[in-house]
Design a protein around this ligand. Sequence first.
Ligand code: ATP
Length: 462
Amino acid sequence: MANETKSSHAAANAKMEKIVSLCKRRGFIFQSSEIYGGLNGAWDYGPVGVELKRNIKDYWWRRIVQLRDDVVGMDGSILMNRAVWKASGHEVTFHDPMVDCKVCKRRFRADQLETCECGKDPKKTPLTCGSELTAPRNFNLMFKTYVGPTEDDTSVAYLRPETAQAMFVQFKNVLEVARKKLPFGIAQIGKAFRNEINPRNFTFRSREFEQMELEFFVPPDQGLKWLEYWKDERLRWYEEIGIPRSKIHVLDVPADKRAHYSKGTYDLEYEFPFGVQELEGVAYRTDFDLKQHQEASGKPLEYFDEETRTKFIPHVVEPSAGVDRTLLAVLCEAFAEEEVKDDNGKTEVRTVLRFHPRVAPIKCGVFPLLKNKPELVAKAREVRDLLRPLMNVFYDEAGAIGRRYRRQDEVGTPYGVTIDFDTLGEKGPELKDTVTLRERDSMKQERIPIKDLHGWLLQRIN
Ligand code: ATP
């Protein structure tokens, strides 16, 4: 049993290593400031990574904001008045317990010791390596900075550790301009910063990351109902971007583990290779946030219900998801290695990212069979220009066609179109203006008229 656990641990590590290396090799994710040795907990998204990230954010926005009547969006500033973080409680309570190892001098989160690696012997944890740890002390996770030229207590500001607070403090403004009735929500996507004690597991725990958050304001007696609604709605969204329901665990967070103001929280967790870990929290936050800001600012943040003629502070249900964690889950889910036969019948390993076409960074590769045939190149560019206004296409004329397919497999491009001599009508009029369409997962090829191409692709991508 112990051996089995060890080997599955090794397999999970090997899978993560392969994913990290593919991410660098193909331009999904690079270490930030790499040429200077990097910066722990910070990452840069490369040419295909940024497309994948945009597609994830765009689809969240589409489903949460644009396809609904009851949610509007906003884009708040990262720097906010310090009073916001005093009222929200972050300045005093947004901390993690930290311990130091007296032997290896590493710092750890005291509540995650069983999953941390000892600094001297990575096979052991700080609990099993026999070293002495300091007593836990609290460490505030907010990055502190100063606004303006003087660096003193009056100019302190923080990089926001979550996007949510902008939506609470703008609640009244948005309510007025959006002319909405409860229940209604405000959504936002943006950067957040946390000075994590132990950034790790690739991008999973970073110091700079992005969040997709919705604050959904409801009458006080409807909180628990909407909590269930948003939990289910969010689970559907993950399925729609290619993460099967069976890989998501729903943790009903027990009362003693929830924030003190929450009357119910679900953590949606994904089976990452390094363990089952949180992707998103869906929390019923009661009226805590608006109440705090009303009290601290002295500005009314109540809602007047025309029907019941009552005034109250709305309650809030908040689905809060991490962009980077979702992207990592999408990558882990899509990654596959399989044995295939090459053109000469030899077995080789094909690495493929089986992204759902909806989030795939490139939707279609366009390839002239040979690059030294001007007619093929001209026709292929024509096809590229036909598709480009509708989707992200990648045009590639260099190298053997098999190698070009493989390169697109590795970045998860679901479809490839090849323009060959048949397209030019050289083998007869019936195949003229048709192309070979290759499907990434099955590697099956079919012939399709150019005029049908964009309809065929759009139907599958959306
Ligand atoms: P954790 O317990 O993993 O630290 P959390 O419960 O503190 O997460 P929330 O405050 O609920 O996280 O933040 C909402 C979401 O933001 C998380 O579910 C996660 O997807 C994302 N997130 C939070 N912290 C980080 C981080 N350090 N790196 C990447 N994403 C993060």
